[in-house]
Design a protein around this ligand. Structure first.
Ligand SMILES: [Zn+2]
Length: 301
């Protein structure tokens, strides 16, 4: 009997540990380098971006508990996205989503969708961009770049860090990584950096070694912070509550302690600065709402 009770307790504790616990440290000393990024933007010369546009390349559904630890069985609507900063002098693209060959085997729901037109618009915008970057080196952010039909044309516009470039090979198709990508020179993105007037990037390793955030200020004064996959659902920020460990350990190796500190810091930031628009890469309902409110432009222009 004692063995059974011990076993039940152990299983319960295990379930809590792996699936239900998303707690973040109550007091975090983690600070995003927003002050430094704003200083870079304040000191920059030239016209600020006129718009931030969203392209949703594909969508999917998963139980919310995958993104937000706990017994949340309702559907979380995922979007695989790319952002277009319409600059005064040129555009910057952030995010590569997935192409169809990666979308097909990775989709989880019968309701998943892929937009051929959206993927084509993203590629055309990348080819016309001053620079194309990603928030981090995971399949649904870099795969669409790795599998692009014309790597030689795209390569000169890519601005990727060493850990991001290192992740490209495993996302390549049967023919291996394109020659144009094998010789990519890594960009130094190891400290906050101005990319264009009104656009700054800063390293925030945790979700992956090459994770980074982007601060964008448009000419109407609105600021946006692209946070990549620090959280998938905006509910994580609202509740200061992270992903289940099970997912982190099974599918990708996150620095969980660091991510939990970042989630808490985002929670505090959202309270302190309610007018700063936080953009997680995947929260479709949140992003759709911003498009409806005309805070984001629908599709690339
Ligand atoms: Zn990711």
């Amino acid at each position: 009997m004692r063995i059974i009770i011990s076993l039940v307790l152990l299983l319960t504790a295990g379930a809590y540990w792996f699936i239900l616990d998303g707690s973040t440290p109550a007091n975090t000393d983690y600070e995003f380098p927003l002050a430094e990024m704003r200083e870079l933007i304040n000191d920059s010369d030239g016209p600020l971006p006129t718009a931030l546009n969203l392209e949703i390349i594909s969508t999917d559904e998963a139980p919310l508990l995958a993104a937000h630890a706990g017994l949340h069985f309702e559907a979380f609507h995922l979007a695989m996205t790319s952002f277009q900063v319409k600059g005064g002098d040129g555009d910057i693209i952030i995010g590569g989503a997935m192409d169809k060959t990666l979308y097909e085997p990775t989709k989880q729901s019968d309701n998943a969708t892929f937009s051929d037109a959206g993927y084509r618009r993203m590629l055309d915008a990348m080819l016309a961009s001053d620079a194309t970057l990603i928030t981090h080196e995971h399949i649904d952010h870099l795969g669409g770049i790795v599998r692009a039909p014309d790597p030689a044309a795209l390569a000169p516009n890519l601005m990727l860090s060493a850990p991001q470039i290192a992740a490209m090979a495993v996302l390549a198709g049967n023919d291996g990584l394109a020659a144009a990508y094998k010789t990519l020179a890594p960009a130094d993105l190891s400290s906050p950096r101005l990319l264009a007037p009104g656009v700054a990037v800063a390293p925030t390793p945790g979700h992956s070694p090459g994770s980074q955030i982007f601060l964008i200020r448009t000419d109407n004064g609105q600021e946006y912070l692209l946070i990549g996959d620090i959280v998938w659902a905006m509910k994580n920020i609202k509740k200061a509550w992270g992903r289940p460990r099970l997912l982190q350990y099974m599918f990708f190796k996150e620095d969980r302690a660091q991510v939990q500190r970042q989630v808490r810091a985002l929670h505090e930031l959202s309270t302190a600065e309610p007018s700063l628009i936080l953009l997680s890469s995947h929260d479709k309902d949140w992003l759709d709402g911003l498009v409806a409110a005309k805070k984001l432009g629908k599709n690339f222009q």
